[in-house]
Design a binder for this molecule. Structure first.
Ligand code: GLU
Length: 416
C-alpha cells in the first residue's frame, strides 16, 4: 500500500492544530470534507467498445467563498487523493487571502491512451455529470496534472450549452480567445520564480550561482525551468515520466522544451554530455535548489535522508510527506511549501475569474504585478512567522491559512 495523501493532509492539520492550540472541535471540523461527488463516465471508444471511467469532484471547504481547484486526469487518481488535493486548495486560497474555498476534481484515466475525440467525449460527459456541483458562485475548476486550456474550453462549452448562455466564469485556465486570462498558463512557474528569488534574497544566496534540479517537465516544471534558464541559472537535472537527464555543466532547457513540446520523451533526447538517470536518482542528486514539480509523496522517510540540497521549492502539491518534512527540517533544509510556492496558478485563476465576471480584461503587466504583490505578501508573512516561532515554513504557512478559515467558521457559526 502506498501512502494515502488524505492521511498526510489530516496529519498536517493535527500538527498545526497542536502548534496553534486550536480548539478540538475546530480541528475536527477542518478535517471534514463538505461534499464528495463520485461519477461514472461511460464513453464509446473510437473502436465502438464501451469503457467506464470513474470521476470525482470534491468540495473541502466553501466557508470563505466558492470552491476552487483543478481537475486532473491520471490512472493514479483516487477519491482520497482528490480529497487531499481539495484540502490543500483550501489552505492555498486562504494563505493568499483569496475569497475562495478549496475543491478538486479528477478522473481515473490515462489520457495518453485516448484519441483526441475520446478525450473530448470524456471531458464533456464528466462535465455534464458534475454540472450541478460547479458554477461561478459554487465551484470553479481549472487545469491540473494532464489537463489544459483545450479541456477547459470543452468544460466551459458544456456548461454554457446547458445554461443557454455563455458562462466563461465557470472554469479558469481557458484560452484567452474565450475569456481566459493572459499570463495564466505560465502563472504557477512565474510564482515559483518570485518565491525562490525572495527566499534567496532572505538567505543571502545569489540565485544565479545556485545549481538546480527539477523533477517534472510539464506546465509547472517546464515553465520554472525556462524562467530560471532565461535568468542565467544552471539546471543540472530535469525529469519527465520517462526518466531524467543530468549534466553537471547544466542543461540547455530551451532545446529540451522544444523537444518535449513536440511530444517526445526526455529519455530519447540525444546529447553526449547528458547522462540518463532514474526518477528516484534525480531527487537525491546533489544541488542547491530541488524543485519537485510532478506528483505527491515523492520525498518520503525512505529517501529524505539522502536528499542533498539547501532549499526544496514545492512545485507539485504534496510532494513531501510529514515524516520526510521532519527529517528535512532536522537536516537544516528549507522547504518552501506547496501552498505558498505553487500558489501563482490559482492566484491568476482568481484574476481570470474576476475578469470574466466583470467582462473587463487586464494587461499582462497588471497580472504579473498583482501576482507578485500577493505572493510576496504571503511569503513575507510566512517567513516572518517561521523565524519568530522557529518553526518550519510549512507550519507557519498553515498557521496563517488555518487561522483565517477558523475565524470564518467561528464568525459564521455551524448551521443550523
Ligand atoms: N491546479 C492548480 C493548483 O493546484 C490550479 C488551481 C486553480 O487554478 O484553480 O493550484
Amino acid at each position: 500500500m502506498g501512502i494515502n495523501p488524505f492521511d498526510v493532509a489530516k496529519k498536517q492539520i493535527d500538527i498545526v492544530a497542536e502548534e496553534m492550540g486550536l480548539d478540538a472541535n475546530l480541528t475536527k471540523y477542518l478535517k471534514r470534507i463538505e461534499r464528495s461527488l463520485i461519477v461514472s463516465i461511460p464513453i464509446v471508444m473510437d473502436d465502438g467498445d464501451l469503457e467506464i471511467f470513474e470521476g470525482y469532484r470534491i468540495h473541502h471547504s466553501t466557508v470563505r467563498g466558492p470552491g476552487k481547484g483543478g481537475i486532473r486526469y491520471s490512472p493514479e487518481v483516487t477519491l482520497d487523493e482528490v480529497k487531499a488535493l481539495a484540502t490543500w486548495m483550501t489552505w492555498k486560497c486562504s494563505l493568499l487571502n483569496l475569497p475562495l474555498g478549496g475543491a478538486k476534481g479528477g478522473v481515473c484515466v490515462d489520457p495518453r491512451q485516448l484519441s483526441k475525440k475520446e478525450l473530448e467525449r470524456l471531458t464533456r460527459r464528466y462535465t455534464s455529470e458534475i454540472i450541478n456541483f460547479i458554477g461561478p458562485d459554487i465551484d470553479i475548476p481549472a487545469p491540473d496534472v494532464n489537463t489544459n486550456a483545450q479541456i477547459m474550453s470543452w468544460m466551459m462549452d458544456v456548461y454554457s450549452m446547458q445554461k443557454g448562455r455563455s458562462v466563461p466564469g465557470v472554469v479558469t485556465g481557458k484560452p484567452v480567445e474565450i475569456g481566459g486570462s493572459v499570463g495564466r498558463e505560465p502563472a504557477t512557474g512565474m510564482g515559483l520564480y518570485y518565491v525562490i528569488e525572495a527566499m534567496c534574497e532572505k538567505l543571502n544566496f545569489d540565485l544565479k550561482s545556485q545549481t538546480i534540479v527539477i523533477q517534472g517537465f510539464g506546465n509547472v516544471g517546464g515553465t520554472i525551468a525556462e524562467f530560471l534558464y532565461k535568468e542565467g541559472c544552471k539546471t543540472i537535472a530535469v525529469s519527465d515520466i520517462s526518466g531524467a537527464l543530468y549534466s553537471p555543466e547544466g542543461l540547455d532547457i530551451e532545446k529540451l522544451l522544444e523537444w518535449t513540446k513536440k511530444g517526445n520523451y526526455l529519455k530519447d533526447y540525444k546529447d553526449k554530455n547528458y547522462s540518463l538517470i532514474t526518477n528516484e536518482e534525480i531527487l537525491t542528486t546533489k544541488c542547491d535548489i530541488l524543485i519537485p514539480a510532478a506528483l505527491e509523496n515523492q520525498i518520503t522517510q525512505k529517501n529524505a535522508n539522502n536528499i542533498r540540497c539547501k532549499i526544496i521549492l514545492e512545485g507539485a502539491n504534496g510532494p513531501v510527506t510529514t515524516e520526510a518534512d521532519n527529517i528535512l527540517f532536522s537536516k537544516g533544509i528549507y522547504v518552501i511549501p506547496d501552498i505558498l510556492a505553487n500558489g501563482g496558478g490559482v492566484c491568476v485563476s482568481y484574476f481570470e475569474y474576476v475578469q470574466d465576471i466583470r467582462a473587463y480584461f487586464w494587461e499582462l503587466d497588471r497580472i504579473n504585478k498583482e501576482l507578485k504583490k500577493i505572493l510576496l505578501k504571503a511569503f513575507e508573512e510566512v517567513y516572518a512567522l517561521s523565524k519568530e516561532r522557529k518553526i518550519k515554513l510549512r507550519t507557519a504557512a498553515y498557521i496563517i491559512a488555518v487561522s483565517r478559515i477558523a475565524k470564518a467558521i467561528e464568525l459564521r457559526g455551524i448551521f443550523p
